[in-house]
Design a protein around this ligand. Structure first.
Ligand code: HEM
Ligand SMILES: *[C@@H]1O[C@H](CO)[C@@H](O)[C@H](O)[C@H]1NC(C)=O
Ligand SMILES: *[C@@H]1O[C@H](CO)[C@@H](O)[C@H](O)[C@H]1NC(C)=O
Length: 509
């Protein structure tokens, strides 16, 4: 009898523990699905049947008249922002309440996470300030010959494969192209994964994105209890390789810019400016003034910055360019129009790709924009409140430390905002026809002070690859699903499920 009672009490205690937060959104009058113990409303994601972008889309569709929808990641309350105008507040005007992304706890940060995607608070802010000039158009233009070089190798490679009249996986092709740019422009080493299966950068890239069993375990334990499992690593299998690679290149250059104008040169210039110093955004002195912070630009931080080219620039850029090719294959009239523009611009530049030529290809830019609308590489944005916040025009107040999710993929495919969303129509991006509502809801690079720092680079390298391909080849469908989906194992970054096979046919010019 006694053991039964104790058992019952224990069970009740466990049940209480697993459901203790479940009235969070009821108290605030925010609609949501009924949470279940342990899983909250995130069971499908925890069981790897759906990714976070799928979860956000589902909630977005299910509550069509709400501005805000509640969510529980396990026991943690999160909020999905259905109203793009409220999202804009979070990203821009009320940024000071939402400067955190909240994906990595600073106490458990790994060396390769000392970069802007993962860092928050002063480390994020100081890195952002220091690295912003590194992504300027001047720096990109100086770096661009390295990208053009890779685009020409892409053309040469296609010459070999297209002759065989077989389908080529555009996703794999563009991934290798992007990989080689990352090697050359991001890490300062020449890599050629388009032609060499044993390429070192390719191997590193595959290792970074491999689904490693111990990584999944480490990540799960870390999320479960950061205090207890914080020391476990999720990038443990690549940390040494990345740091070693960056160190070697810097040593070869005697820690002086080499004149190659790649990212390693830029990092070496950045280091010369000394420690990153400024006002804290989180800590104040007793008199209310902000504390001073100073962060050394050390070897680890520099390696973490190069690592970003992989972590933030690889899957994003390669999926955008391959998805654009996929849509062009299904929309031959659009493809012809893009090719006519490419031909016209290149003629002006002696048939040589260069930075200025790519900038002039405005229709190709619309095609890229439209591809990123239908299939954005990053499907949701995250922010975390740093203190209690009331959403303007609502009665909803959240505590500090609550994660909010901006479901941009759902906005961009909502027929109320973008009519006939599955139709690939680059003309939507004509500034004369795009509405204010559409501009607010279109967020493939995020928004506000934490928007993508590599937008210009991502766009220009993707366009260089597309222009190189389309100048000489036309693409036709070859059996990929008309509307590819993303893998259930994806995170915020949409990994296209399966390949995107296409026929590349040499153009008769
Ligand atoms: C087409 C390619 C790309 C797309 C679609 C893309 C998209 C995004 C998105 C949606 C975010 C989150 C923004 C937010 O939370 O508001 C982001 C952040 C970021 N991206 Fe990109 N990205 C691309 C390429 C790149 C490249 C090439 C780099 C650099 C090598 C890069 C570096 C970053 C960094 C550092 C952040 C974090 C910014 C911060 O929190 O301060 N991205 N990107
Ligand atoms: C998981 O954590 C252990 C212990 O820190 C570490 O040795 C291992 O490399 C980690 N796995 C990955 C993939 O980082
Ligand atoms: C996963 O990471 C561990 C620990 O770093 C490593 O020993 C192992 O080889 C990796 N497995 C795969 C499949 O990459």
């Amino acid at each position: 009898m006694l053991t039964l009672t104790i058992g019952g009490l224990l069970l009740a205690a466990v049940y209480y523990y697993l459901t203790r937060t479940f009235n969070y959104w009821i108290k605030r009058g925010v609609k949501h699905d009924k949470p279940i113990p342990l899983f909250g409303t995130n069971a499908k994601n925890f069981l790897l049947c759906a990714n976070p972008v799928d979860m956000a889309r589902e909630a977005y569709k299910k509550y069509p008249t709400e501005q805000l929808v509640g969510f529980f990641r396990g026991t943690r309350p999160e909020l999905i922002i259905r109203d793009p105008e409220l999202a804009k507040r979070v990203l821009t005007s009320d940024f000071n309440s939402f400067h955190r992304r909240g994906i990595v706890d600073s106490s458990t940060m790994e060396p390769l996470q000392k970069q802007q995607v993962a860092a928050d608070d002063d480390l994020w802010r100081q890195l952002r300030l220091r690295m912003t000039p590194a992504f300027s158009s001047g720096k990109l233009k100086a770096m661009f010959p390295l990208i053009v070089e890779r685009a020409e190798i892409l053309q040469a490679r296609l010459k070999e494969i297209s002759n065989k009249q077989q389908a080529v996986d555009a996703r794999d092709l563009m991934a290798r192209f992007t990989n080689d740019i990352i090697g050359s422009a991001g890490f300062g080493v020449v890599s050629d994964s388009l032609n060499n299966e044993e390429d070192a950068m390719r191997k590193l890239g595959l290792k970074i994105f491999s689904i490693n069993f111990t990584r999944v375990i480490n990540q799960t334990l870390k999320n479960l209890n950061p205090k207890f499992f914080g020391h476990l690593k999720i990038l443990g299998n690549v940390e040494k390789d990345v740091i070693e690679m960056v160190r070697t290149v810097m040593q070869q250059r005697n820690y002086e810019p080499s004149g190659r104008h790649d990212f390693i040169d830029i990092l070496l210039e950045c280091k010369k400016k000394g420690a990153m110093t400024g006002d804290s955004i989180v800590e104040t002195n007793p008199d209310g003034t902000p504390k001073k912070v100073s962060i050394e630009m050390d070897e680890t931080i520099m390696a973490a910055q190069s690592f970003l080219f992989f972590a933030a620039g690889f899957e994003t850029s390669s999926s955008v360019s391959s998805y654009t090719l996929h849509e062009l294959a299904h929309n031959p009239h659009v493809q012809e129009k893009a090719q006519a523009e490419i031909d016209k611009v290149l003629l002006k530049y002696n048939n040589k790709l260069c930075y200025d030529a790519i900038l002039e290809m405005s229709y190709l830019r619309w095609c890229l924009n439209e591809a990123m609308r239908v299939f954005p590489s990053v499907g949701i944005l995250r922010r975390q409140s740093v203190h209690p916040y009331t959403f303007p025009g609502t009665k909803v107040t959240i505590d500090g430390g609550v994660t909010v999710i901006i479901p941009l993929e759902a906005y961009q495919n909502d027929p109320k905002i973008f009519p006939e969303p599955q139709e690939f129509r680059p003309e939507r991006f004509d500034p004369d026809v795009m509405t204010h509502e559409q501009k607010v809801a279109y967020l493939p690079f995020g928004g506000g002070p934490r928007a993508c720092i590599g937008e210009r680079l991502g766009v220009m390298q993707s366009m260089a690859g597309l222009a190189a391909v389309l100048a000489q080849y036309s693409v036709r469908p070859a059996g990929a699903p008309r509307y590819p989906t993303s893998s259930p194992y994806s995170g915020a970054v949409n990994f296209i499920k399966g390949g995107l096979p296409l026929i590349f046919q040499e153009r008769k010019l």
